[in-house]
Design a protein around this ligand. Structure first.
Ligand code: SIN
Length: 276
């Protein structure tokens, strides 16, 4: 197994591994790399069928079925991240981390390229350990001990952000209510590294402050989070798979392939409660 960083502070490409076969010490090494680098890219995984995808996720741990995305007909564990050629809006086309609106957020996701546009459709990640480390000391002091409230309702509910787009009709779960409170800075459950844990999609306010009072601080943190030094980018190709840690990273699906279809299969991995 060979590990090559994707960028100085975010992401790693892992070579010489078959995810369909990975278990035991190989799986442990993959896990550790993802906890540390935030996201790992694996190319040439042509045998990573939907069945292999599910089996790998079960070997990793539990599967958290996403409440909103369409599911594949044959495999309810797999969410479909699809943009048809005639759709304008994509799923995940803004910086976010998955499931932060759950009190026990999903640990991460395994994303498999199934249909790709001729060009474009890359995914970007930003490393929240690098983002936290780079904050000025006075900002670190200001956010110490703060908690923030997260929800997905404004995005997925009837009349919410996605419902207003040409993708709204494809989604499930519009009647669900979500809400969770997490520390603004968490410690990674496995590595202990301090990570910035607010995001521009699902974080609504700092606990004890209104949305309006919270926004100046949140926006300062969001701008710091996505500084180019914290990010990496994957240009997808057939057979590529990315596995990321939702605590360590944010991600962003580029929407720069209008007129072409893109379809990815995503399994979301069960996480654990988060603490400062
Ligand atoms: C997502 O999980 O937000 C989608 C990522 C992608 O389609 O690249």
């Amino acid at each position: 197994m060979e590990m090559v960083p994707l960028a100085p502070n975010c992401g790693v490409e892992i070579k010489g591994v078959s995810l369909a076969q990975a278990e035991g010490e190989t799986l442990d090494a993959i896990r550790q790399a993802i906890y540390t680098h935030g996201v790992a890219l694996f190319r040439g995984q042509e045998d990573f069928t939907p069945e292999a995808h599910i089996a790998f996720a079960r070997r990793w741990g539990g599967i958290d079925i996403n409440n909103y995305f369409p599911l594949t007909d044959d495999h309810p564990e797999i969410a479909v991240v699809r943009k048809r050629a005639d759709q304008v809006t994509n799923i995940g086309g803004g910086w976010h981390t998955d499931h932060s609106y759950d009190q026990v957020p999903a640990m991460g996701s395994i994303l498999v390229a199934r249909t790709l546009p001729p060009t474009g459709g890359d995914t970007l990640w930003a490393h929240m350990g690098a983002a936290y480390d780079a904050l000025p000391d006075d900002l670190k002091r200001e956010i110490e001990g703060l908690e923030a409230y997260h929800t997905a309702d404004h995005i997925y509910e009837e009349g919410g952000l996605y419902a207003k787009t040409d993708m709204g009709g494809d989604l499930r779960g519009q009647g669900l209510k979500t809400g969770a409170t997490h520390p603004v800075v968490i410690r990674h459950p496995q590595t202990g590294r301090r990570l910035l844990y607010v995001n521009s999609a699902f974080t609504v306010n700092i606990v004890g402050r209104s949305r309006e009072e919270s926004l100046p601080l949140l926006q300062q943190l969001y701008a710091a989070a996505t500084a180019a030094d914290n990010t990496c980018r994957v240009a997808w190709e057939p057979g590529a798979v990315a596995i990321w840690d939702n605590r360590t990273t944010w991600h962003y699906a580029m929407n720069d392939y209008q007129g072409h279809a893109r379809e990815m299969h995503r399994i979301t991995l069960t996480g654990e409660p988060l603490a400062a």
